[in-house]
Ligand binder design. Structure first.
Ligand code: SF4
Ligand code: SF4
Length: 294
C-alpha cells in the first residue's frame, strides 16, 4: 500500500471540489451479490475511492419548505450527480492514470430502470441497479454509514450529500470504516415520508467489511410515486390519486401516462439532468450532521 500515492489522490480529490474522500479495499465487498461485485466491472480493482459533495443549505431549505423544487432538482440531484460529481470522478481518474494505474469512474447515478427489479428490499440485490452502489462504497470507504432510511449518512453532513465512486488498480491505503452509529433511529425520516415507503424498524441486513448493517426496508415503487413527480403533496407536476397498493407495474404505467400527458414534465427531464428529484423529504428531515450555518 502506498501512503504517498494515497495522500496525493486524496489531495487531488479535495482540490477538485470533493467535501469528503475515503478509500475502501475491494475485499470489503465480499458480501455483495455477483452483479454488484466491483471486479465484475473492472477485474483489476484493488481499491475504491469514494467522494462526496454536500448539498447547499439554501437548496435544502427551499426544497424542504415546499417553496421551489427547481434548485434541488439541479443542485441537489440531477446536475450535482450527473455533471458535477461525474466531472470530479473523470478528472480524478485521469490523475490515477497519469500515475500508471487503471481507474474506472463509475457514473454517479446508476442507469437503473426504476420500473424493474426493486421488489427485493436489499439495496444491493437488484439486477436493475448499477454495478457499484455509491452508498455502499461510501460506507466501505469510511466516510459514511447507513441510516435507517437506506441513505448513507456522514458525520459532517448527515444525509445531505451525493456520492461518487472510482474503482482502481492503485494500491491505496484503506481508511477504517466508521465504527460508531451515526443514525440514532429517531424516525424523523420515516415520519417525513409522504408515501409511507420507509419501514419503521430495521429489517434488512447485509455485510460490508466486518460490519453488519441493519436498515429499514424501502418500498421503492411507493417512493417513486413522489420521487418521480406524480403527487403534488411534494412537487409533482400532475396530481395522480395514489393507490393503496403501488406495485412497480402500477408506478410504471402511471409514470408513462404522466409523461405522455405533460410536455412540461418531459422538458424538465432534460433541463434538470434527471427524471426525478421531486421529493427528498427523508434526507432533508434528518437532523444529523455537524455542518451548521452561522
Ligand atoms: S424520497 Fe420522498 S417518497 Fe421517497 S423515501 Fe424519501 S421521503 Fe419517501
Ligand atoms: S432521520 Fe433519524 S432515523 Fe432517519 S436516518 Fe436520520 S437519524 Fe436515522
Amino acid at each position: 500500500m502506498s501512503k504517498s500515492l494515497t495522500r496525493d489522490v486524496k489531495e487531488a480529490a479535495l482540490k477538485l471540489g470533493a467535501d469528503l474522500v475515503g478509500i475502501a479495499s475491494v475485499d470489503r465487498f465480499f458480501d455483495a451479490p455477483p452483479e454488484h461485485d466491483p471486479k465484475r466491472a473492472l477485474p483489476e480493482t484493488r481499491t475504491l475511492i469514494s467522494v462526496a459533495i454536500r448539498h447547499l443549505r439554501g437548496v435544502q431549505f427551499t426544497q424542504k419548505r415546499l417553496r421551489d423544487n427547481y434548485p434541488y432538482q439541479i443542485f441537489g440531484y440531477g446536475w450535482l450527480s450527473h455533471i458535477r460529481i461525474n466531472t470530479l470522478l473523470f478528472e480524478l481518474a485521469r490523475v490515477l492514470e497519469d500515475r500508471g494505474y487503471i481507474a474506472l469512474p463509475y457514473p454517479s447515478f446508476c442507469d437503473a430502470d426504476p420500473t424493474k427489479g426493486h421488489e427485493d428490499p436489499k439495496p444491493a440485490a437488484s439486477p436493475a441497479m448499477a454495478t457499484v452502489s455509491n452508498r455502499h462504497a461510501a460506507v466501505a470507504a469510511g466516510i459514511a454509514q447507513f441510516g435507517l432510511c437506506n441513505l448513507a449518512m456522514t458525520e459532517e453532513f448527515g444525509t445531505c450529500q451525493r456520492f461518487g465512486t472510482i474503482m482502481t488498480s492503485a494500491p491505496l491505503e484503506p481508511d477504517p470504516m466508521i465504527a460508531k452509529p451515526l443514525c440514532n433511529n429517531c424516525g424523523k425520516c420515516v415520519e417525513a415520508c409522504p408515501s409511507r415507503a420507509i419501514g419503521s424498524e430495521p429489517e434488512v441486513s447485509f455485510q460490508i467489511g466486518d460490519q453488519t448493517i441493519n436498515i429499514a426496508a424501502l418500498k421503492r415503487p411507493r417512493c417513486y410515486w413522489y420521487h418521480f413527480g406524480l403527487s403534488k403533496k411534494t412537487y409533482g407536476v400532475l396530481d395522480i390519486d395514489e393507490p393503496e397498493e403501488i406495485t412497480r407495474e402500477i408506478f410504471e404505467q402511471n409514470l408513462c401516462d404522466a409523461l405522455a400527458k405533460s410536455r412540461y414534465m418531459r422538458d424538465r427531464y432534460q433541463k434538470t439532468f434527471a427524471p426525478a428529484g421531486y421529493c427528498g423529504m427523508c434526507l432533508l428531515s434528518c437532523p444529523m450532521g455537524k455542518y451548521k450555518l452561522k
